[in-house]
Design a protein around this ligand. Structure first.
Ligand SMILES: O=c1[nH]cnc2c1ncn2[C@@H]1O[C@H](CO)[C@@H](O)[C@H]1O
Ligand SMILES: [Zn+2]
Length: 360
């Protein structure tokens, strides 16, 4: 086996797992333009798909989560009809499959797609239908996570829907949106309900706000996973001799194997990290936290899972074993029954990486 590091082309062929990807953050620019025309949405900054792609990336590069989130007005704006939701979900599955993703959990907030009269149930069913169409015959399985917006007050309603649809494609629940000022405990009743129902959920925490948010998400709300969680680094002191010392919360997260859904490029745009090389993922991987690698928003961040991996390879010199480790971590952390996770790890992921390692 050669010592060559994995290239982007090779990484694209590896079987990958994606746990943190927003449906309304991954539209094709051409589709946004089509849907705006078809549905009469007239707010787009440009109707040229190439220019629109650039606009999203640049507008998201603000250093602030709040401003990053403003760009979603346009994607959410064109996702207000059943046809639009089916198309966006189908294309999402196609695009992920083309990038070599074999299992994905894609999230979105149903409450944001009812402006033109769709009910929450109609929104959920349209997205499920789109994923069914887009996944068929493409070697990918896509589950959805229903997100509640943390500044709104509909989390209980959305949590109930996540439970109602859990056997037909909804894998779990999440909260997203501006983090500062909207702590996870604001939605405690929804999380307690989900725990009583033996349901799974992740919480965006430790992205634009620090340790108190992570602590609440885990110790008050009972989150199974952390969306981002980068600020857990604030509870790790690296002393003069270079030996990291974990505080109690960081130790708890590592000891309990709580998965971190890390999204490096997104974090650079929102100011949660200064560069890939300085991103906390380097230290957290070294300390064997259960780190996973994700896209967050492929459109706003101009990325794919393969490109996130390639950037990490470049910054940290990761090899095939590292990339397989991230992938197995993600599969272990999926909101999927244990035997299904095991089947994908042993039947798809390990053989896929083994082939690439031998070819390299
Ligand atoms: O990185 C993020 N942090 C917090 N909220 C986010 C992030 N990316 C997207 N959304 C929010 O989640 C909603 C549902 O998908 C999006 O509309 C956006 O407002
Ligand atoms: Zn996110």
């Amino acid at each position: 086996m050669s010592q060559q590091l994995p290239t982007l082309e090779e990484i694209r062929r590896a079987p990958k797992v994606l746990l943190h990807d927003h449906l309304d953050g991954g539209l094709r620019p051409g589709t946004i333009v089509d849907l705006a025309r078809e549905t009469g949405y007239d707010g787009l900054p440009t109707t040229d798909p190439g220019a629109l792609r650039t606009w999203f990336r640049e507008a998201s590069d603000s250093g602030s989560l709040e401003r990053y989130l403003e760009t979603f007005d346009h994607t959410v704006g064109v996702m207000q009809t059943r046809e639009a939701l089916v198309r966006v979900a189908a294309e999402c599955a196609e695009d992920l499959a083309a990038d070599g993703v074999v299992y994905a959990e894609v999230r979105y907030a149903p409450e944001q797609h009812t402006e033109r009269g769709l009910s929450l149930e109609e929104v959920i069913e349209a997205v499920l239908e789109g994923f069914r169409i887009g996944s068929e015959g493409r070697g990918i399985k896509v589950g959805t996570l229903l997100t509640a917006m943390r500044h709104q007050a509909r989390s209980m309603e959305i949590a109930e829907l996540a439970v109602r649809y859990r056997d037909v494609g909804v894998a779990g629940f999440d909260i997203a949106g501006a983090e500062a000022g909207y702590p996870p405990t604001r939605h405690l009743d929804a999380f307690e309900y989900l725990q009583r129902e033996n349901a799974h959920f992740t919480i965006h925490a430790g992205e634009a706000f620090g340790l108190p948010s992570i602590w609440q998400a885990i110790q008050w709300c009972g989150a199974d996973r952390l969306g981002h969680g980068v600020r857990i680094i604030d509870d790790i002191a690296v002393s003069g001799d270079g030996e990291p010392k974990l505080g109690r919360l960081a130790a708890y997260v590592r000891d309990k194997r709580i998965p971190l859904e890390m999204c490096p490029t997104s974090n650079l745009q929102t100011g949660a990290a200064a560069s890939i090389a300085e991103h906390p993922i380097g230290l957290l991987r070294r300390l064997s936290f259960r780190v996973t690698v994700n896209t967050d928003n492929r459109l706003m961040s101009g990325t794919t899972v393969s490109e996130e991996f390639a950037k990490l390879v470049e910054a940290f010199g990761y090899d095939w074993d590292d990339l397989q480790w991230f992938t197995v971590n993600a599969m272990k952390s999926a909101f999927l029954p244990f035997d299904d996770r095991l089947a994908l790890i042993n039947g798809v992921i390990k053989p896929g990486f083994a082939r690439l390692k031998w070819q390299a």
